[in-house]
Design a protein. Structure first.
Length: 161
């Protein structure tokens, strides 16, 4: 790694390494950028994300990303990075929560919208008077997931004509 590179150059090299799937190299570049400009929340956020992806350090990753969100609460990329950390470690509800916050700041953010779409939209429980995790709701919900929707049901198409 070139010692003479600027923080922004390291950041861009880190982004390129992340897109290539090399999270360890990306982390090295984000660390270098953060070392050169420790007050920059963007560098801290991406370093936190890569800490979670490359070194599986959840606590430190969340700490760095949350600090960046507090400083740049108007930047949807900070929420996206924090959400990705939560999603990487299996905390789907928290991940969705931060994706929605990022989406509220920038409703036209395509990356966040795609991520939310990939996660899917939860349907209402079949028996709303029972808790979502109740055995009947889980069983009926699983059954509902295996039934064809009216658009998929061939009988629905025949009856329309």
């Amino acid at each position: 790694m070139d010692v003479r590179s600027s923080a922004e150059e390291h950041f861009h090299q880190g982004e390129a390494a992340m897109q290539a799937g090399d999270h360890a190299l990306a982390l090295d570049h984000f660390r270098a950028a953060n070392r050169l400009q420790p007050a920059n929340p963007r560098y801290r956020s991406y370093m936190g994300l890569c800490l979670g992806l490359a070194e599986r350090r959840f606590d430190k990753a969340v700490e760095l990303c949350r600090a960046a969100v507090k400083e740049e609460f108007f930047n949807p990329a900070m929420y996206h990075n924090l959400a990705r950390v939560y999603l990487t470690f299996g905390f789907k509800a928290e991940g969705i929560r931060y994706l929605r916050r990022g989406s509220m700041i920038d409703p036209g953010n395509i990356v966040i919208a795609q991520e939310l779409q990939m996660l899917g939209i939860r349907q209402k429980p079949p028996l709303r008077f029972l808790p979502r995790r109740h055995t009947l709701n889980r069983w009926l919900g699983a059954l509902r997931g295996h039934l064809p929707t009216p658009a998929q049901d061939p009988r629905a198409i025949e009856s329309e004509g």
